[in-house]
Design a binder for this molecule. Structure first.
Ligand code: HEM
Length: 406
């Protein structure tokens, strides 16, 4: 999408590879210079980037910043240039406003309450155990994403939704292509079409033979009334699968990297596992898998700091910048596994606050706890400077994390 409105001051920053490799470098500079900065996203869209904690948190809960651009925007406002298949899958609760957002979220919220999620603990621990056993039997050096973070995250979310874990390599590729800021339109379209066909097939199959999973419950809700359309059902499954694994993989990988490069903090956590819950919260603050929340647009002019953002402009709320704002977190650039990191906006804030937060916290606690106790000699297998981050504006995730297990 390209904004053709003429009111935004000239954008001087373009988010590209130096941003992917070091987002906090840019965020620190922008936070100290102005509350809002016009930037060009890697896809070429002009957006207003908000970087300070108070502004980001307030904007996340501001109903004048909306999500449902399909309903509110006309081609006069924006040169709409989104592939129709991708737009179809994107019509999920995270891209909708009340009342549609409220109705769709209500359908799945029960599956993600802390109590329901706590019941998954034994299964999550068992999946961890199997992966760690396989790593212990394998080579001394391995890629932690391939061997642990990815299979763990994807197995948990697939089992919860009711999608065959065996198909994981396919949707890993599709989802990676859709979230990449480097792919061509044709590649994105092909990935969206493959995903659409895959989910259509999965829904048909589950309809024929229901099971005790979230997908069957959603199909039952769909078939017993008018609580969601077939389109909403497909986009819901798409959202749950993508949101549920892309973030988790990167919390584990970036979290482990943060610990390995801060040996004193790693030592504290090893010596006192009761710090695990606060360590997970701190890693969500310090090493968050998302650079920013998904984009919003203004329904009317909105003032942030000294900037008046006109109506129908895109706004990007840099949650991982807010989490490093020294006006909210003392010594914000320091990793401290014992600190009270509550109030971070790594799961967002307001009505779109992460639905999977209880699951992510539990999975994180189990994963970091079991990995560290199983491999007390865990170290990085390459210099930190050789690690590369994925070319994505939204996701801050490593391309790979080579580690030495013993
Ligand atoms: C470390 C892990 C995770 C992080 C950092 C994270 C972060 C976020 C953030 C920041 C948002 C709000 C986005 C916005 O307002 O634009 C969000 C929403 C969401 N997340 Fe997560 N997430 C994580 C794990 C999960 C998991 C495991 C699931 C499981 C399905 C999940 C499902 C969702 C859904 C469905 C939404 C949309 C909620 C709504 O629109 O009401 N997330 N997440």
């Amino acid at each position: 999408m390209v904004n053709t409105g003429g009111e935004m001051p000239l954008a001087t920053e373009r988010l590209g590879d130096s941003f992917f490799q070091d987002p906090q470098g840019l965020f620190a500079r922008l936070r100290s210079s102005a509350p809002v900065t016009p930037v060009i996203t890697p896809e070429g869209t002009r957006v207003w980037l908000v970087t300070r904690y108070e502004d980001v948190r307030a904007a996340l809960a501001d109903p004048r910043l909306a999500k449902d651009w399909v309903t509110h925007m006309t081609p006069d406002d924006f040169d709409i240039n989104v592939d129709p298949v991708q737009a179809y899958l994107d019509q999920h609760m995270l891209n909708l406003d009340p009342p549609d957002h409220t109705r769709l979220r209500r359908l799945v919220v029960k599956a993600f309450t802390p109590r329901r999620v706590a019941a998954l603990r034994p299964r999550i621990a068992a999946v961890n155990g199997e992966l760690l056993d396989a790593m212990a039997d394998g080579p001394a050096e391995t890629d932690l994403i391939e061997a642990f973070a990815f299979p763990l995250s994807v197995t948990v979310i697939c089992e919860l939704i009711g999608i065959p874990v065996g198909d994981r390599e396919s949707f890993r590729e599709w989802s990676g292509t859709l979230l990449s800021s480097r792919g061509t339109r044709e590649e994105s379209r092909a990935a969206a079409v493959d995903m659409y066909e895959y989910f259509t097939h999965m829904v048909a199959e589950r309809r024929r033979s229901p099971a005790d999973d979230l997908l069957s419950a959603l199909i039952a809700a769909r078939d017993s009334g008018d609580s969601l359309s077939e389109h909403e059902l497909l986009s819901m499954v798409f959202l749950l699968l993508v949101a549920g694994h892309e973030t988790m993989v990167n919390l584990i990988a970036s979290g482990v990297l943060a610990l390995l490069t801060h040996p004193a903090e790693l030592g504290r956590l090893r010596d006192d596992p009761s710090l695990l819950p606060s360590a997970v919260e701190e890693l969500l603050r310090y090493a968050n898998p998302l650079n920013h929340a998904t984009e919003r647009f203004t329904l009317e002019p909105v003032t942030i700091g000294d900037a008046i953002i006109p109506a129908k402009e895109w706004v990007m709320l840099a949650t991982s910048s807010a989490n490093r704002d020294a006006s909210r977190f003392a010594d914000a650039d320091r990793l401290d596994v014992g600190r009270d990191a509550s109030g971070h906006v790594g799961f967002g804030h307001g009505i779109h606050y992460c639905l999977g937060a209880p699951l992510a916290r539990l999975e994180g606690e189990i994963a970091f706890g079991m990995l560290l106790s199983r491999f007390p000699g865990l170290t990085l297998a390459v210099p930190e400077s050789s690690l590369r981050w994925r070319p994505s504006s939204l996701i801050h995730g490593l391309e790979g994390l080579p580690v030495r297990l013993r």
